[in-house]
Design a protein around this ligand. Structure first.
Ligand SMILES: NC(=O)c1ccc[n+]([C@@H]2O[C@H](COP(=O)([O-])OP(=O)(O)OC[C@H]3O[C@@H](n4cnc5c(N)ncnc54)[C@H](O)[C@@H]3O)[C@@H](O)[C@H]2O)c1
Length: 288
């Protein structure tokens, strides 16, 4: 079945958290009618507030005019009812990273969406092949791994499950371009490319601190000044959340059965202390 990119007009986003609000923002900004679905109205209200503030930032930067802002906001339809997906041409799932939860949400979405619609998951680490298999549209299922913050970051890692059709891949790539994003293809494997390369670097940086090789500041300075990274690996780990880093390392460790992905004990210790990084006020660094 050829999928006409211009026939995609309405996009559903499942989950209005950190990633969901960013994904809804970029689709609305690109002219799509967006159905934003979360389980409670308060999460939707919070997402719309965040989107409004992020649009203000774009107006200040001159990326959007003052007059365009209400037009973009108008394209967002917040809903709690999954039945609203009946008019969506494309859907992106961005609910928390738990297989049981994603399975339940994807099954519900699959039943509510029209047959022609493509269903994408923004998972960071769960197998796209496994998720595709829980739906009745495995050939129209794909991974669309947006980066945080979504309105700012250009990359979308597009992950093809073994079941994904060529048409679904082509339509998803074309849609990314319409959003002004750069789709980079990868096949389904633990951590895809982004986390498979990034997480071992963060892990090794944590080992350097644990073994007393260098302080977090020194490790980050080496990578920024010497390797031209805009952020040091430990600064980045604090930004991502140390609990999220440990979870992803565990996925790599289990998925490959290779000890090189063993999470650094210091990372686990910081998580056990509740020092999760920026979101909890302390990780490798302290945040005021
Ligand atoms: N945060 C990141 O930096 C990042 C980056 C790339 C990918 N991801 C992936 O994106 C996904 C979402 O992560 P997040 O950081 O936005 O999480 P989050 O916790 O900020 O948001 C998740 C949202 O989903 C909602 N939700 C829960 N159950 C739901 C349901 N049944 N239907 C609809 N909504 C439901 C929650 O109420 C919440 O608002 C995860 O798979 C994560 O791995 C996250």
């Amino acid at each position: 079945m050829t999928i006409q990119i211009d026939s995609i007009r309405t996009v559903a986003v499942l989950g209005a958290g950190t990633m969901g609000n960013g994904i809804a923002h970029v689709f609305a900004r690109a002219g799509y009618d967006v159905i934003l679905r979360d389980v409670e109205q308060r999460f939707l209200d919070r997402a719309l507030d965040t989107i409004s503030r992020n649009l203000d930032r774009e107006v200040k930067k001159g990326k959007l005019t003052e007059a365009e802002k209400p037009v973009v906001l108008q394209r967002l339809n917040p809903v709690t009812d999954m039945a609203a997906l009946a008019r969506a041409d494309f859907a992106v799932e961005a609910v928390p990273e738990r297989l049981d939860l994603k399975t339940a949400v994807l099954r519900e979405a699959d039943a509510a969406l029209p047959e022609r619609a493509i269903l994408a998951s923004n998972t960071s680490s769960i197998s796209i092949t496994t998720l595709a298999a829980v739906t009745k549209r495995p050939e129209r299922f794909i991974g669309m791994h947006f980066m945080n913050p979504v309105p700012v970051m250009t990359l979308v890692e597009v992950i093809r499950a073994i079941q994904t059709s060529d048409e679904t891949l082509a339509a998803t790539n074309a849609l990314c371009e319409k959003l002004g994003k750069k789709p980079i293809p990868a096949n389904d494997a633990p951590g895809f490319v982004s986390n498979r390369v990034l997480m071992p670097m963060i892990n090794e940086a944590a080992f350097c601190v644990m073994e007393g090789v260098a302080t977090p500041e020194a490790v980050d300075a080496v990578m920024k000044l010497g390797m031209n990274h805009p952020m040091g690996p430990l600064e980045l780990a604090d930004f991502i959340g140390l609990d999220v880093c440990v979870d992803i390392l565990d996925v790599l460790y289990k998925g490959f059965g290779d000890s090189k992905y063993r999470a650094c004990p210091l990372l686990r210790k910081l998580v056990a202390a509740g020092w999760l990084g920026r979101k909890s006020g302390r990780g490798f660094y302290k945040f005021a």
